[in-house]
Design a binder for this molecule. Sequence first.
Ligand SMILES: [Mg+2]
Length: 190
Amino acid sequence: MRWWYAIKNGYLLRKNLKKFLTCPEKQIHDLAEITLEKLDNAEIAILVLDFDGVLAAHNAKEPTPQAKAWLTKMSQTIGEHRLAILTNKPKPERLAYFAKEFPSLFVLHGVRKKPYPEGLVMIAQYRGVSAHRIVLVDDRLLTGMLATCLGYTQGWYFRPPKTNYWKNPIVEAFFSFLRVSERLFIRIVG
Ligand SMILES: [Mg+2]
């Protein structure tokens, strides 16, 4: 039961999760903030990105034009092999997009969904780096950021998330509700 696992471990790791709400250095507000210098300062070898909310709005087939431009720039700066995507929705059209546009970028699929830390652990093993030299950028506390705590990697909480209420009002409202609820939960117990 993924949700029970998230709530149980979210409670156990509440102090760690609260830091994502209170420490500015653990937050990202715009992809443009992630630069080579920032990665070097945090000793990051592999930059792992969530998809929904970070590269595009929910259910999008590909990153927004701005996100694509930033990905292209990062690929040229640090190399595609130092980038990875860890999404709970590795849809075929997304896999096809990255295979075509960013062929050396590692898109993980077939692993248990976040907050289970397997995906992050696998990226570390596959690329041969220790977990603390990996960072996940994700817009969710009880999935992405919790996975970083459980996998002993670094995490940067992405806020505000990318949304498209015109296209998917119900889905966006649902995820907005989840984000508000998990922040409230961590603020209260943390
Ligand atoms: Mg997300």
